[in-house]
Design a protein around this ligand. Structure first.
Ligand SMILES: Nc1ncnc2c1ncn2[C@@H]1O[C@H](COP(=O)(O)OP(=O)(O)OP(=O)(O)O)[C@@H](O)[C@H]1O
Length: 248
C-alpha cells in the first residue's frame, strides 16, 4: 500500500522556477494496479522519484505499508521494487549477474537468488538471453533485465516508470501479463504512462496528472461517469484539456 500526500517539487531552471509537482496526492492499494497517466512533462517521473526516495520533495509525505518514507527510509526501500526511467543495467555483466548483484545488495543468499531468478526469468520470458552480457541488448531485453533485478527481493510494492516505453507489441503483451500476475500475488503496483490505452487495459485505478497536479482519480468507470463521456479517450481529453498522449 502506498499513500502519497500533497507532494511538491520545484526545480530551478535558468529561465525561472519549474513547478514540476504541485500538491500530488493519491493512494495505491494492494492487489490493484494504479496507473499514473499524463502527457509528457506532466510530472509523473518526478512524482515517482519522490515515491521511491531518490529525490526529496519540497513538501509532502509518502507512506509505504504505513511507514513514513523519511523516518523509515531503509525499511521503505526494502519494501519497494523500482523500475526507474533510466534502466541502467551493467553492460559487462550478464542479465543473470545483474539480477544476482542486486540480490546480494539486498542481503539474499545464493539459493534464494537462484530461485528468484528462475521465477522471474520464466515470468518475463528471459531464458534466451539470461546468460548473455547485456551489452548490445535490445530495449525490451534491457527493460526485462531491469524489472527482474528490481523484483529479486520479492517486494510487496512495485513502481515502474513507463515500463512499456519503446517495446514492441508482443513484448508489451508479455509485460502486461506479468503486471497482472503481480496483481494476483496481491502486490501494490504503480506504473506511469502517457498512453491512455495502456492504462485503460490494465489499471484498477487511474490517477490523471497534468501540469504537476492530479486532475482526477478513480476507476475507469468512475472517470467516464465523472466526465459524462462514453469512452476513456474522451474522458482523458476532458480531464487534461488536450489530445496529447492519446496515441501510441
Ligand atoms: N532535474 C530537473 N531540472 C529541471 N527541470 C526538471 C527536472 N526534472 C524534471 N523537470 C521538469 O519538470 C517537469 C515534469 O517532468 P517529468 O519528467 O516529471 O514529467 P513526466 O510526466 O515524467 O514526462 P514524460 O512523459 O515526458 O517522461 C518538466 O517540465 C521537466 O522539464
Amino acid at each position: 500500500m502506498i499513500e502519497v500526500h500533497d507532494l511538491h517539487k520545484t526545480f530551478k531552471a535558468r529561465t525561472g522556477p519549474v513547478h514540476a509537482v504541485r500538491g500530488v496526492g493519491f493512494s495505491a492499494r494492494d492487489g490493484e494496479i494504479t496507473g499514473l497517466l499524463g502527457p509528457n512533462g506532466a510530472g509523473k517521473t518526478t512524482t515517482l522519484r519522490m515515491l521511491y526516495t531518490l529525490m526529496n520533495p519540497d513538501r509532502g509525505s509518502v507512506r509505504v505499508d504505513g511507514l513514513d518514507f523519511r523516518e523509515h527510509a531503509a525499511e521503505v526501500r526494502a519494501r519497494l521494487g523500482v523500475l526507474p526511467d533510466a534502466r541502467g543495467v551493467y553492460k559487462r555483466l550478464t542479465a543473470r549477474e545483474n539480477i544476482a548483484y542486486f540480490g546480494r545488495l539486498h542481503g539474499l543468499d545464493d539459493a534464494t537468488i537462484a530461485s528468484r531468478t528462475e521465477t522471474l526469468a520464466s515470468a518475463l520470458q528471459m531464458h534466451d538471453f539470461l546468460d548473455r552480457r547485456t551489452e548490445g541488448f535490445s530495449q525490451g531485453q534491457r527493460t526485462k533485465t531491469a524489472i527482474a533485478r528490481a523484483l529479486v527481493h520479492d517486494p510487496k510494492n512495485v513502481i515502474l516508470d513507463e515500463p512499456t516505453n519503446g517495446l514492441d507489441v508482443m513484448t508489451t503483451r508479455g509485460l502486461r501479463e506479468f503486471l497482472l500476475q503481480l496483481r494476483r500475488e496481491n502486490r501494490c503496483v504503480i506504473f506511469s504512462s502517457h498512453i491512455m490505452q495502456e492504462v485503460a487495459a490494465l489499471c484498477d485505478r487511474i490517477v490523471v496528472i497534468a501540469n504537476g497536479e492530479v486532475r482526477a482519480e478513480g476507476s475507469p468507470d468512475e472517470l467516464r461517469a465523472r466526465t459524462g463521456t462514453q469512452n476513456l479517450e474522451d474522458a482523458f481529453v476532458r480531464l487534461i484539456g488536450s489530445e496529447e498522449g492519446l496515441h501510441a
